[in-house]
Design a protein around this ligand. Structure first.
Ligand SMILES: [Zn+2]
Length: 73
């Protein structure tokens, strides 16, 4: 995933790991993300990607975000 725009976006927006999500977005660690939280993160990523003029579908963003957090941190 290195070099993928979403990976870069996750670093830029502090949505890369659960620790960052807790620190910067006040999303508690230790429980799976619910749909509302994933929507929130995807919206942040979309906004950042649009600002960088990078186009990805919402579906692709959601898949990336899900696959990232399916594995234990
Ligand atoms: Zn982090």
């Amino acid at each position: 995933m290195w070099g993928h725009p979403v990976f870069v976006a996750q670093h830029a927006t502090a949505t890369r790991c659960r620790r960052c999500l807790k620190k910067w977005h006040f999303i508690a660690q230790g429980t799976a993300l619910d749909d509302e939280q994933i929507d929130y993160i995807v919206a942040i990523l979309e906004r950042w990607l649009v600002a960088q003029d990078i186009e990805l579908t919402n579906r692709e963003l959601r898949q990336r975000q899900r696959s990232l957090f399916e594995k234990p941190q």
